[in-house]
Design a binder for this molecule. Structure first.
Ligand code: BGC
Length: 404
């Protein structure tokens, strides 16, 4: 068995919009009311008020880290108007995590934007980086004692979402497509067919990430990185040139932009083939997950190795899991994923922690159906019911060594 460093983080991840509820000043909230086929997030899991209970369950299970986010739309509900009360709310969350023995891993942007930011042009506006700098600068006021900060979650998925929005604006797409649920999503076809290079959509995120990195280091003293969706892409030898091309646009452009970061967040769920035409959509298969992706727990090992190789940085698994209603399947998937992680460590990959997605069943970006949580949540009473997988992961953490 691989030797885990004694400081290894064992925990779970969430994002604000997916669990807090009533994120009314965000662009997602606005979108949910307008787009056909989208379920609203509503009260979500009401974790905005129940975060202590959520963290307590995580700590009681024997885990030592919690990744959660600060919601920009709450901190800056109008341009230049910052809420001290909301900053204090997130400080209380950080203090609660520390009090419970959980290392906070804090994300500053996870898919959702303030509504006003989206209305002024969002990430394609020339003002985007300055707007992000202003928000992050205020957010750092409450980040003391936080060792791990993620600037932007999945800039590659964000770039894809901006691309989808542009496609809707110019009529290439008529209906809302969930960014994370396959089958109903045209994302692969669009990525392959759009005339605009994906690199243009990557640029604003890379620019914003670079602009805030030193602000966070200097003002909060934290290690800074971002978390990148890794597709664990593969091909036959004759398609290796296409594989390199697809990899570059989907992930390497972001991995290469991380080279001056302190770590890289690795997010892996499934693996996907690239053929001569590009990404091959996952075929229908009885083992496919509840979001339509292939059952590929080996994706984590591949993703860790590739991320480490391209960036040369320490890695932190910031998301990994499976959408399923069968908790035994979740345990089976995670067991195999951890085998891949351990093999990577044994081969010299520097892995600093494993944060499972997700602590709670939550709002899957337009849908409530696919569940990723270690804890089920009754969305009327908000009663939390830990699943066997939560205790299982806690036992794994305890038995394989953890934070001293
Ligand atoms: C995102 C999460 C999402 C998860 C499962 C990642 O793309 O960061 O917000 O819920 O995948 O689809």
């Amino acid at each position: 068995m691989a030797a885990y460093p004694h400081t290894f983080l064992w925990g779970a991840s969430t994002s604000p919009h997916q669990i807090e509820g009533n994120n009314i000043n965000s662009d997602w909230w606005a979108r949910e009311g307008l787009m056909p086929g989208m379920e609203p997030s509503g009260d979500a899991d009401d974790s905005y008020h129940r975060y202590r209970e959520d963290m307590q369950l995580l700590a009681d299970a024997g885990l030592n880290a919690y990744r959660f986010g600060i919601e920009w739309a709450r901190i800056e509900p109008r341009p230049g108007e910052f809420s001290n009360a909301e900053l204090a709310h997130y400080r209380r969350m950080i203090d609660t995590a520390l009090e419970l023995g959980l290392k906070p891993v804090v994300t500053l942007h996870h898919f959702s934007n303030p509504r006003w930011f989206a209305e002024e042009g969002g990430w394609l506006s020339p003002a985007a980086t300055d707007r992000f700098i202003a928000y992050v600068t205020r957010a750092t006021e409450v980040l003391h004692g936080v060792e791990w900060v993620i600037t932007i979650n999945e800039p590659n998925m964000m770039a894809m979402m901006v691309m989808l929005q542009e496609s809707m604006r110019n009529g290439q797409l008529s209906q809302w497509q969930s960014p994370t649920v396959e089958g109903e999503s045209d994302r692969d076809r669009i990525a392959a067919s759009l005339p605009v290079p994906t690199a243009e959509f990557a640029a604003p995120f890379i620019d914003a990430h670079h602009a805030v990195r030193d602000i966070i280091r200097q003002r909060a003293g934290a290690q800074v990185g971002w978390s990148i969706a890794n597709g664990a892409f593969y091909s036959t030898p004759e398609n290796s040139t296409k594989l390199a091309e697809v990899r570059f646009l989907w992930e390497d452009i972001y991995l290469e932009a991380s080279s001056d970061d302190d770590f890289v967040g690795v997010q892996a769920y499934s693996a996907q083939e690239v053929d001569a035409n590009g990404l091959v959509p996952h075929p229908e298969h009885p083992e496919n997950t509840a979001v339509g992706s292939a059952y590929r727990p080996d994706a984590l090992g591949t993703a860790l190795r590739h991320s480490a190789e391209v960036t040369g940085l320490p890695t932190l698994v910031t998301e990994n899991s499976i959408a399923t209603t069968d908790d035994a399947r979740r345990i089976e998937y995670t067991t195999a994923a951890l085998e891949g992680l351990e093999a990577a460590i044994a081969d010299g990959v520097d892995v600093r922690g494993y944060l499972h997605w997700s602590l709670l069943d939550n709002y899957e970006w337009g849908h409530w159906g696919p569940t990723f949580g270690l804890i089920a949540v009754d969305r009327t009473t908000f009663v939390r019911t830990p699943k066997p997988s939560l205790h299982w992961l806690g036992k794994v953490a305890q038995s394989r060594g953890q934070n001293a």
